[in-house]
Design a protein around this ligand. Structure first.
Ligand code: GAR
Length: 193
C-alpha cells in the first residue's frame, strides 16, 4: 500500500477528495502525514479531525519558496513518515531539488488551468481575463520550474459568459476533485512510472 504525504496551504478540498476516495475503498493507499506551511490552515484541521498526523512546517524567511534548512526538515519529516508519493494539494510554495532528488518522479501537483497555459497564481482569473472559453485543471509531475513539469492528465471545463472568478474557480474545483483522486489511484495501482 503506498503512503501519501500531502502538502497544502489552504482549505484542503483536494486532500478531502483524495481521503474520501481512500475511505470509500476506491484508492488502495494511506495518508501517512499532512503538512502545511500555514498555521491553522483548514487542511490541517480536517486531517487532525480525521485522526491523521497533521503538522505545520513554517517558513519564516520567504513567501513562495523554502529556505534550505526548512526544506531539509520537510524531507526528513516525509521520509520518517515512510512517504512514497508527495501530493501537493494547494501548496503555495515551490519545492526544489532537496525534495525532488529525495522523491524522484514521486512529487505531483494539481494546478487550476490547462497547462502550459496560465502557470502561477490565480490561474482561473488569468483564464477569465484572457477571454478563454475553455479552461480546466492539470495534474503534473513537479520539476524545479513553476508549474512546468511533465503533464500526467487534464480535465476541461467551460468558461461561461457570466462567470466570475469565484464561479469559475468553483467549477474547476469540481473537476479537480474527480481528476486528482483518479491520478493518485493510478499511482497506487502501480500504473504510473
Ligand atoms: C486548487 O484549486 C489548486 O489547484 C490550487 O489551489 C487550490 C487549492 O484548493 N493550486 C494552485 O494554484 C497551485 N499553484 P484546496 O485547498 O481546496 O485543495
Amino acid at each position: 500500500k503506498i503512503r501519501l504525504g500531502i502538502l497544502g496551504s489552504g482549505k484542503g478540498s483536494n486532500f478531502r477528495a483524495i481521503l474520501e476516495a481512500i475511505q470509500a475503498g476506491q484508492i488502495d493507499a494511506e495518508v501517512a502525514i499532512v503538512l502545511s506551511d500555514v498555521p491553522g490552515a483548514g487542511i490541517l484541521q480536517y486531517a487532525a479531525d480525521a485522526g491523521l498526523r497533521a503538522e505545520e512546517i513554517v517558513e519564516p524567511k520567504f513567501r513562495t519558496r523554502l529556505s534550505p534548512e526548512v526544506e531539509e526538515g520537510l524531507v526528513r519529516t516525509l521520509k520518517d513518515a515512510g512517504v512514497d508519493l508527495v501530493v501537493l494539494a494547494g501548496y503555495m510554495r515551490m519545492v526544489k531539488s532537496t525534495t525532488l532528488d529525495a522523491f524522484p518522479r514521486r512529487v505531483i501537483n494539481i494546478h487550476p488551468s490547462l497547462l502550459p497555459k496560465f502557470p502561477g497564481l490565480e490561474a482561473w482569473k488569468q483564464a477569465l481575463e484572457a477571454g478563454e472559453s475553455v479552461t480546466g485543471c492539470t495534474v503534473h509531475y513537479v520539476d524545479s520550474g513553476m508549474d512546468t513539469g511533465e503533464i500526467i492528465a487534464q480535465e476541461s471545463v467551460p468558461v461561461l459568459p457570466d462567470d466570475t472568478a469565484a464561479s469559475l474557480h468553483a467549477r474547476i474545483q469540481v473537476a479537480e476533485h474527480h481528476l486528482y483522486p483518479a491520478i493518485v489511484k493510478r499511482f497506487a495501482d502501480g500504473e504510473l512510472p
